[in-house]
Design a protein around this ligand. Structure first.
Ligand code: KG4
Ligand code: ZN
Length: 364
């Protein structure tokens, strides 16, 4: 019977400064607190994440967020069995803030320190929230990530493919900017798409016919830009209906690519491990109803169980980092104070490096 442990998780790899307390075993863990300070407002004026602003904001907030998570969980540092911190991949300044904070706490209290791969946090979340067993296929799809992972164990990941340039959330955000819609672009483009026709504009579906699980989304924003410019030169402005049609056509292109490549990824995952029964999605873009519905339909058709963790745990948070820490502590994997930040840190060492980095920094 595994021992019950209490873990402090710290996450600061992108634009959220987060801390959480988790208690339990790898089989059953409870989130005692999950505190997130988001920097969305600080970056809003710049149309993307500014690494220097992010690093400063993390440094300012990291101690506060840790303190708040301890208070919210009604525990003290003396109750903590290990400190798990995101050591990469991500923006170097942010990752360093978290690692320095965790090291300081570990050195001062003598508590074991565990460096965690941020992607492992996302990849193990369906276990934390839905208690699903290995193996499963995971699609991480957000503003900074887009990859298919076959998850066979807490340390066994195979990346089956991913974006070679922009992440889909990034494409939603850029499309919103081009069409004059508010950020974050995902929800505003989705809202606008409801009144548009998905076939109004023929937008590209790159790499669709290639027999692999890689994707490309950067050409879509260029296509949207051209289509918008054509409409504007014809009408002297962007009529409401044209904007809705562009949003619906864009959303339909992204949905087609993700669904098509998910179908391939399921086949590829099962070729490696025939026991894959679950397809899990995480990341902000998984909130999109059209995309989620299409993926659910694909699962129904291929007799696969569909799992999507609750939104607060799908996006960046520290509970997922604490959960990876719990797994590592249970198998005796801790780090010493020489732990360093790794801005690039692929989960799966054997897959070739993907070219794309996404607006939120290099992800693998
Ligand atoms: O996972 P997340 O909160 O942060 C990271 O990227 O790490 O994802 C944010 C991204 C943004 O690009 C946002 O536009 C997108 O997820 N997003 C959506 C929707 N809600 C958020 N994209 C499409 N449809 C949505 N409803
Ligand atoms: Zn993330």
């Amino acid at each position: 019977m595994p021992q019950t442990r209490t873990i402090l998780g710290i996450e600061s790899s992108c634009d959220d400064t987060a801390a959480a307390i988790l208690r339990g075993t790898p089989e059953q863990a409870d989130i005692l607190s999950n505190t997130v300070f988001t920097q969305t407002q600080a970056h809003a004026a710049f149309g993307g994440i500014v690494p220097e602003i992010a690093a400063r904001a993390h440094a300012e907030k990291i101690d506060i967020v840790v303190e708040q998570s301890l208070i919210a969980a009604n525990v003290t540092l003396a109750d903590i069995d290990a400190i798990a911190v995101t050591a990469g991949p991500g923006l170097i300044g942010g990752v360093l803030s978290g690692v320095m904070c965790a090291k300081g706490l570990a050195a001062a209290t003598g508590t074991p320190l565990i460096g965690v791969n941020h992607l492992a946090g996302h990849a193990l979340t369906p276990q934390l929230t839905n208690r699903i067993a290995f193996p499963y296929l995971m699609l991480l799809v957000s503003g900074g990530h887009c990859q298919f992972l076959l998850v066979e164990g807490p340390d066994t990941y195979t990346r089956l493919g991913g974006t070679i340039d922009d992440a889909p959330g990034e494409a939603f955000d850029k499309t919103a900017r081009i069409l004059g819609l508010p950020q974050p672009g995902g929800p505003s483009v989705e809202h606008e798409a409801k009144t548009g026709h998905p076939d109004a504009y023929a937008l590209p579906r790159p790499l669709l016919n290639r027999d692999d699980c890689n994707m490309s989304f950067s050409g879509l924003k260029t296509a949207i830009l051209r289509a918008r410019d054509d409409v504007v030169s014809q009408h002297g402005g962007l009529p409401r209906q044209a904007r809705a049609d562009l949003c619906a056509s864009f959303q339909s292109a992204i949905t087609d690519v993700l669904t098509h490549k998910s179908r391939r990824a399921l086949v590829a995952a099962r070729a490696i491990n025939p026991d894959v029964q679950v397809f899990a999605v995480a990341g902000g873009v998984a909130a999109n109803t059209a995309i989620r519905t299409a993926l659910q339909e694909l699962c129904a058709e291929t007799e696969t169980d569909f799992v999507a963790p609750p939104m607060a745990l799908c996006t960046d948070n520290a509970a997922m980092i604490a959960f990876v820490g719990l797994h590592k502590l249970s198998s005796g994997q801790t780090d010493d104070l020489s732990l360093t930040a790794r801005p690039r840190w692929p989960l799966d060492q054997i897959s070739p490096t993907l070219l794309g980095s996404g607006k939120k920094g290099a992800k693998a």
